[in-house]
Design a protein around this ligand. Structure first.
Ligand code: APR
Ligand code: PHB
Length: 391
C-alpha cells in the first residue's frame, strides 16, 4: 500500500489530523492497534479549549459538540470552606471552554472518517517504522493475522500515545526525556446523576484534592485524590461519596446527588515531555510526546496544538512546496507544550496535598489562592491558560 502520510494511532490526535488532511485532498492511512469499540470505551477528560473546538469545526466534526456540549465561562475553586469563581470570560478577554466528553469527540471523529471513507485500519499488530532518516522514503510495516503489510509513505506521524511504538523508534541517544511522577492518583467516578454544580469545582482540602465535573446535565464526573497504594476495589461507592462530601464546602456537599458508579477507576498523575518531536520523517503528536496530570485539563488540548501545527506544516509542504513548517514543527510544538506543562504542574501543586509537605508549603498554597482572588492580573494569567493559549 502507499499513502502520503501514515498515522500511527486512532485516538483523537491521529483521527483529527487524518480528517483535516483528507479535507485538503492529502491522502492518509491511520493504523490503530485496538478495535474501535475498545478505543471508544476509554473514559477521558472533557474540557476543550476554544482553539480545539474551532479545530473540530474546521474538520467538519463540530456539529454534535456544538449541539450537545456546554460552553463554560467560568469554574470554581473551593478552599477553606468557601468557593470562589474564576470568571474565564471576563479575565480571558471574552473566551470560554467547551465541556464535551472526549469519548463523544472521538466517536464524532470516527464517524467523520467513515463519512469520507477515510482509511482507518484496526487491530494492527507489531507496527514497525522503517527508513525514518534514510535517503529513501520511510515505510511502515504491520501484521494483520499472518500477513505482514507494508505501507510506503512520505511521512510517519506518531500519534500512538504514551505506550506507542513511535517515540520508542527514536534512538535513545537522540531523545531527551523529562518526567515527574506525582505521589498520588485520582479516583474517578462516573454516575448518572445531576451534576452538583453547573460549572466545575476544583477543591483544595487538607484531606486531599477533589473535582466536581460533568458530561451532561444527567451525567456527572467526580474525582478525589488518593494515595498511589490505593486500589479501586478499596473504595465502595458509599465510601467514595462520603469522602467527596468531606472535601467539599458544606453548601456544596449538601446538594450532592449520589448514585451508583457506572465507571470507577484510579489514574496515576505524571508530567512527561520527550524532545525532539521530530526524527527525520517521523513527527510525534499528542500523548506520544507529552503527558500532563489531568488537573489543568490540558492533555487533549496539548494534542490539539500539535495537530494544528502539523496540519499547517503538511499543507505547506504539499500545497506550496514549503518545508519551513515541518522543519520548525518540533521547536514550535514544544514551546506551547511546555507552557501547558507549566500550567498543569502549577494547578496540581496548588490543589493537592503532598504526604511530605511542610506547614510552610500548606500555608503557601492557601496564600496562593488568597492572592489569586485578590489580583485581576493573577486571574487573567489563570484564565488565559485555562481557555487555551494561542496556537
Ligand atoms: N500501533 C497502533 N496503534 C497504537 C500503538 C501501536 N503500536 N500503540 C498505541 N496505539 C493507539 C492506542 O490504542 C490509542 O488508540 O494509539 C492511540 C493513541 O491515542 P491516545 O492515547 O488517546 O493519545 P492521543 O490521540 O494523543 O490523545 C491525546 O487524548 O487519550 C486522551 O486525554 C488523553 O491526553 C490524551 C489525549
Ligand atoms: C473531567 O471532566 O474528566 C475533567 C475536567 C477537568 C479536569 C480534569 C478532568 O481538569
Amino acid at each position: 500500500m502507499k499513502t502520503s502520510v501514515c498515522i500511527i494511532g486512532g485516538g483523537p490526535s491521529g483521527l483529527l489530523l487524518s480528517q483535516l488532511l483528507h479535507l485538503q485532498g492529502i491522502d492518509t492511512i491511520v493504523l490503530e492497534r485496538q478495535s474501535r469499540e475498545y478505543v471508544l470505551s476509554r473514559i477521558r477528560a472533557g474540557v476543550l479549549e476554544h482553539g480545539f473546538a474551532e479545530l473540530m469545526r474546521q474538520a467538519h466534526c463540530g456539529e454534535r459538540m456544538d449541539r450537545e456540549g456546554e460552553i463554560h465561562e467560568g469554574f470554581y475553586i473551593a478552599h477553606d470552606g468557601k468557593k470562589s469563581r474564576v470568571d474565564l470570560y471576563k479575565y480571558s478577554g471574552g473566551n470560554s471552554v467547551m465541556v464535551y466528553g472526549q469519548t463523544e469527540l472521538t466517536r464524532d471523529l470516527y464517524e467523520a472518517r467513515d463519512k469520507l471513507k477515510g482509511k482507518v485500519i484496526h487491530n494492527v499488530e507489531d507496527v514497525q517504522l522503517h527508513n525514518l532518516k534514510a535517503a529513501t522514503p520511510p515505510y511502515v510495516t504491520y501484521r494483520h493475522g499472518d500477513e505482514v503489510v507494508r505501507i510506503d509513505c512520505d511521512y510517519v506521524i506518531g500519534a500512538d500515545g504514551f505506550h506507542g511504538v513511535s517515540r520508542k523508534s527514536i534512538p535513545r541517544d537522540v531523545l531527551k526525556e523529562y518526567e515527574k511522577v506525582y505521589p498520588f492518583g485520582w479516583l474517578g467516578v462516573l454516575s448518572r446523576t445531576k451534576p452538583v454544580s453547573p460549572e466545575l469545582i476544583y477543591a483544595r482540602h487538607e484531606r486531599g484534592f477533589a473535582l466536581c465535573s460533568l458530561r451532561s446535565q444527567v451525567l456527572s464526573r467526580y474525582y478525589i485524590q488518593v494515595p498511589l497504594t490505593d486500589k479501586v476495589e478499596d473504595w465502595s461507592d458509599d465510601q467514595f461519596w462520603a469522602e467527596l462530601k468531606r472535601r467539599l464546602p458544606t453548601e456544596v456537599a449538601e446538594q450532592l446527588v449520589t448514585g451508583p458508579s457506572i465507571e470507577k477507576s484510579i489514574a496515576p498523575l505524571r508530567s512527561y515531555v520527550a524532545e525532539p518531536m521530530r526524527y527525520g520523517n517521523l513527527f510525534l503528536a499528542g500523548d506520544a510526546a507529552h503527558i500532563v496530570p489531568p488537573t489543568g485539563a490540558r492533555g487533549l488540548n496539548s494534542a490539539a496544538s500539535d495537530i494544528y501545527y502539523l496540519y499547517n506544516a503538511l499543507l505547506g509542504h504539499y500545497k506550496h512546496g514549503d518545508d519551513a513548517g515541518l522543519d520548525g514543527y518540533s521547536a514550535k510544538a514544544l514551546a506551547r507544550v511546555w507552557k501547558a506543562q507549566r500550567f498543569s504542574w502549577w494547578m496540581t501543586n496548588m490543589l493537592h496535598t503532598y504526604p511530605d509537605s511542610l506547614d510552610y508549603d500548606k500555608k503557601l498554597q492557601q496564600v496562593e489562592w488568597d492572592y489569586l482572588f485578590s489580583s485581576d492580573n493573577a486571574l487573567s494569567a489563570l484564565a488565559e491558560n485555562y481557555v487555551g493559549l494561542p496556537f
